[in-house]
Write a protein of this length. Structure first.
Length: 456
């Protein structure tokens, strides 16, 4: 008789959890996975996938306007229908969730569609059925959850990024509270869909942690797109008006009336009520599971991957962590994820792509840096007449010539940075970039044609 019911019990069927479950099963492990919501997790159900589809929809606004400069005459002004987009995205999410389920089924992973909590180092309890399952290893992959931080009176009148995909109607006015990438992406989307958008953020600038030149240029571009910015300001309370609208009272300045208030002030690790403290798992100040490089917690049989560890909170990182954990624990290959060089994108319009160190981070790390940058009007805008700029920046170590970071603001920034990240991860130097023949005409060619460092 087996010592445990399963070799691996995974709590959370998101990107990291499902990858770990499938790989572990492929190594011959007996695997069970529990999900209290829909299979697919944040990215598929209420995150990057539906958000990117919304981004595509919003950019047609620019495409319709640009067409005239290229000789196209539209017979009538385009009309946007919110329910059509909302329902089409919901249908695609359902399809993708089904594919995740099929993948688990094909890998012979046993699925439990209910909440699971940790009872001890080797036991999980399913709260709906009451079943207890013993496991040689437990993997927590429950991700993160929107946080209204700090709590404010009337905060329940706002919505989070979870609910924004399901609005019954397109609002005329929206207040977005927050200055991070989630807040700005939705602000950008809804502004281009015709909503009057105001961004309110307590900091003096947006996108903390990104390169300063990128932050400043995106802020100006969003203003140019018609988004009102209230920086250095906080919400003191929210009230409902007689007509059903919301009014946000601010710490300074006039109150802001809106039909919808989207609160996007951050996310916290989703560990509350999982029984982790009872099992002796050490948690950090935000509730994150503290793990070592191998994704193992303070309890050797309990592990965690993805946003629940609050390391690098990106879906591809969670997937790699899940894969590394499964290979290392159940396969013959032990490896860990390098969190030091991870490319990322912000799907505002204009888009951001970045990999490596910002200028500020490089200097703080002790590097003597040379900065190469290029700002230009993209070719498409020369005929369309759109007021649009692309910006690229290389952060280079002056002593070794190694490219420490690449940052871009403009069309297809995410696509371009993904390719550049290969070179940067391999340790490419500025000389390597210089000897690469440019692909003309393209925006990306600017990355290999910058010759003169910025003065000062």
């Amino acid at each position: 008789m087996a010592e445990y019911d399963v070799d691996l019990f995974v709590i959370g069927a998101g990107s990291g959890g499902t990858r770990a479950a499938r790989i572990a099963s492929g190594h011959g492990a007996r695997v069970m996975i529990a999900e209290a919501d829909r299979i697919g997790g944040t990215c598929v159900i209420r995150g990057c996938v539906p958000k990117k589809l919304f981004v595509y929809a919003s950019r047609f606004t620019d495409d319709f306007e640009d067409a005239a400069g290229f000789g196209w005459t539209l017979p009538q002004k385009p009309v946007f229908d919110w329910p059509t987009l909302r329902d089409a995205v919901a249908n695609e999410v359902t399809r993708l969730s089904g594919l995740y389920r099929k993948g688990l089924d094909a890998a012979k992973v046993e699925i439990r569609e209910e909440r699971a909590v940790v009872e001890d180092a080797h036991t999980v309890r399913l709260t709906k059925s009451g079943q207890t399952v013993s496991a040689r290893h437990i993997l927590v992959a429950t991700g993160g959850w929107p946080s209204f931080d700090p709590p404010i009176p009337g905060g329940e009148l706002g919505i989070s990024s979870n609910e924004v995909f399901h609005l019954p109607a397109l609002p005329k006015r929206m207040l977005v509270v927050g200055g991070g990438y989630i807040a700005l992406e939705f602000a950008s989307v809804f502004a281009r869909l015709g909503v009057a958008v105001t961004v309110l953020h307590r900091g003096d600038n947006i996108l903390r942690g990104f390169d300063e030149d990128i932050r400043n240029r995106l802020r100006d571009a969003l203003k140019e797109a018609g988004i009102a910015m209230r920086l250095g300001c906080t919400v003191e309370r929210i009230e409902e008006l007689p007509d059903g609208a919301r009014r946000a009272h601010c710490a300074k300045g006039e109150p802001i009336d809106a039909d919808v208030i989207l609160v996007a002030t951050g996310r916290r690790p989703n560990t509350q009520g999982l029984g982790l403290e009872k099992a002796g798992v050490a948690l950090g100040p935000l509730g994150e599971i503290e793990v070592d490089a191998a994704c193992t917690s303070s309890v050797p049989s309990i592990h965690a991957v993805g946003d629940v560890t609050n390391r690098v909170n990106l879906t591809p990182v969670a997937i790699r962590e899940g894969h590394a954990f499964a290979d290392s624990t159940f396969g013959s290959k032990r490896w860990t994820v390098d969190h030091g060089m991870v490319a990322s994108a912000v799907f505002t319009t204009p888009e951001i792509g970045t990999v490596g160190l910002s200028e500020t981070q490089a200097v703080a790390a002790g590097h003597e840096v040379r900065i190469f940058e290029s700002g230009f009007r993209p070719m498409k805008a020369t005929i369309s007449g759109r007021h649009e700029r692309t910006y690229m920046k290389l952060v280079v170590d002056a002593k070794t010539d190694r490219v420490l970071g690449v940052h871009m603001l403009g069309h297809d920034a995410g696509e371009i940075i993904q390719s550049v990240a290969i070179a940067v991860t391999m340790g490419a130097t500025k000389a390597d970039f210089d000897r690469t023949v440019a692909l003309h005409p393209s925006a990306a060619e600017e990355l290999v044609t910058m010759r003169t460092p910025r003065a000062g």
